[in-house]
Design a protein around this ligand. Structure first.
Ligand code: ADP
Length: 343
């Protein structure tokens, strides 16, 4: 009984506790010594549980119910069964802890409601554009072309979101195991920066690479002494892409983005600093959650998945990811990858 995950209590006819296993003691916040011989209502001072026990006694048949035990916030499935022991009526109370399952259900429900919400926005945009075209705008060549371009943007947003959801689900289900191999830091940092440079420049931003300053002439052509990290290069580049992409999105024209990599004890610390809008302190701990957006209006086409994906990838590498920010001055995102020695 003491090795069971379910709580087990046996009471006599008048409700005195005759037996209580370790799981029941833990769920009810008591111990055997305090509970034995005490009335059930004292040992389990929760109205729904007491009522269930009474119903079983009065009706003489098994009772099952899910009860919430506050303030601990426990969800228990309680089963009370009558039986005869040495000629006397007894009651077997089984308590199954559903708290974890309940929490998973909540996460799943929130997730579905978030996805639906996120899908609705681009779909509503498309709907409106289609309706306008059908309502006559299709005859107006310049307007029709403009509408088509906007539809393109909405379709891209939907496609990106589906892509990110798939990536997240692949990572979470372990279907895409990381292949960690010694990778030059430059291979992680430079391709994403160069790919996003045109977009940054169009947005009026300067983007700088600052890699291992102790090594002279660091830059796009890193010297061979540059450190290596243990990484799945594609995935590590995706982390940097997501961070730099955010820096571009959340920094007003005239700003600067600095991407750096610094060797530290046994690891390399990557950072992406911007001079952008910053993140309120209250939002900082939450931005790595799926779908979380600190400022919905500003995030525009963002899905709120980029940082969740980055976090999963970094943690899959055994690294850490975090952010610092001052509203109005900018944000710096950091992540670490394990060092693979010198190249
Ligand atoms: P998305 O950018 O698609 O909204 P992310 O998961 O990448 O989703 O980011 C979540 C939120 O974190 C963003 O909506 C934004 O509020 C905040 N954020 C991320 N990066 C930055 C940044 N560099 N500057 C300011 N806010 C940021």
């Amino acid at each position: 009984l003491d090795h069971m995950a379910d709580g087990v209590i046996i009471t006599g006819e008048r409700g005195h506790v005759r037996l209580l296993n370790a799981a029941a003691a833990r769920l009810l916040g008591t111990d055997e010594e305090r509970a034995l011989g005490r009335p059930f209502a004292e040992v389990a001072p929760y109205y729904p549980l007491i009522e269930l026990w009474k119903a079983c006694r009065d009706e003489g048949v098994e009772q099952v119910e899910t009860v919430e035990v506050s303030p601990q916030g426990l969800f228990l499935q309680a089963i009370v069964t009558p039986f005869s022991q040495a000629g006397a009526e007894s009651y077997l109370v089984i308590l199954q802890d559903l708290t974890r399952i309940r929490r998973l259900e909540t996460v799943r429900r929130d997730f579905i409601s978030n996805i639906s919400h996120e899908l609705r926005t681009p779909l509503a945009g498309l709907r409106a554009l289609v309706d306008t075209l059908r309502g006559g705008a299709i005859e107006d060549q310049p307007a029709a072309r403009r509408f088509l371009e906007r539809m393109d943007v909405e379709v891209d947003a939907l496609a990106q979101m589906v892509e990110e959801l798939l990536e997240l689900s692949r990572i979470e289900s372990g279907q895409a195991p990381l292949r960690l191999v010694p990778t030059p830091v430059a291979d992680v940092v430079i391709p994403p920066v160069e790919r996003l440079r045109p977009q940054a420049e169009r947005a009026g931003l300067q983007i700088e690479l600052d890699v291992a300053p102790e090594i002279p002439d660091a830059g796009p052509a890193l010297p061979p002494r540059a450190p290596h990290v243990l990484a799945d290069a594609d995935r590590a580049r995706l982390v940097l892409t997501n961070l730099v992409h955010n820096a571009v999105k959340f920094t007003p024209p005239g700003g600067r983005i600095t991407v750096a990599a610094r060797p530290a004890a046994g690891e390399v610390i990557f950072s992406v600093a911007d001079t952008g809008v910053g993140i309120p302190a209250a939002d900082l701990p939450r931005i790595f959650e799926r779908f979380y957006k600190a400022d919905r209006a500003r995030s525009g086409g963002g899905t709120g998945l980029g940082l969740a994906i980055a976090k999963h990838i970094v943690q899959g590498h055994g690294g850490r990811i975090w952010a610092e920010s001052v509203v109005g001055q900018g944000s710096t995102f950091y992540f670490t990858l394990r060092s693979a020695g010198e190249g």
